[in-house]
Design a protein around this ligand. Sequence first.
Ligand code: UDP
Length: 339
Amino acid sequence: MKLLIIGVGGFIGSNLVKYLTERGEHEIVGIDITDDKLRGISGPNFTYIDADITAAPELADKLISECDVVVDLIAYANPSIYVKSPLDVVRLNFFENIRIAEMCMKHGKRLFQYSTSEVYGKSGHTGAYNEDHTDLIMGPSTKQRWIYASGKQYLERIIHAHGLRGDIEYTIVRPFNFVGPRFDYLVQAETLGGPRVFAHFMSALITGGPMYLVDGGNQRRSFTHIDDASAAFTTLIDNPAAINQIYNIGNPETDTSIRDLATYMMSLYEEITGVEPRNELIEISGEEFYGKGYEDMDRVPPDISKLQALGWQPIRDKRKTFSDAIEYNLDPEVHASIL
Ligand code: UDP
């Protein structure tokens, strides 16, 4: 199959290309505005195009006309950006993605759309979040953090509506906190509201700075090894049953509070490096950390039975998930910029 991966230079795209080039699976054309994370990743089945798709709609149209499946990864995905630049988030994550969906319809191409587990919103549920039954509950409009989740939710609903009408074949996936090599970026000690939690805690381990527990750190997340996520992609892309369906990609076994994640990462770091971390754990309010307009999700537990029914299973446990990600960041080339 010929895949066009839009936003290939990010965390999910670069790991997906690594996974597919190592296995020689599919012919891949990838496009992005940066290929930093693609360094060292290559294969005869992969071509990279350096271009800004938002500024080159004719190029996007041409590339879409030439592929079999469009994999759409473009999005701002950090809560700090939703709070500080909500209109940029909606412009890129909603309007640009709609444009890509429309081009897929024009050329009769299948769309593989990355959405987010954030569409589930604020927990109003007990039990795990299910793709086809769980209500999606957003916070107030005046808390602009939800512009990301509601934009993705509306995108999903529009693609689904076109699917109902027979305009498009789609598969939508909702990632649950993927983690692994090439994740986000590291930051200086005491930086507030930068990348996502793993990268903040990893930066603290390297710099010796504090680990901030936003609103006490009792909120829970489960984390998915990026290679399990790439394996989920191949399960879905190869399976006709996945057409016009939505899937969670997650690993419920890794569920943890953010406070426990901080101490877990400290102990894993000590095991890997032999150096005992002495990071201070500091509680901080969400607004102080991210800015006014931040709200959080208390829990984001995935129901993965729908994807398991297609034969996929997350096979990398919590230890493997975090040790792979920590070890990658210990490479001096990766963290040189923050020291
Ligand atoms: N968080 C934290 N300390 C940090 C960064 C994040 O306590 O240094 C919290 C954040 O408020 C959220 C959780 O960790 O409750 C996960 O945040 P992240 O940005 O990784 O992803 P999210 O799942 O919220 O998109």
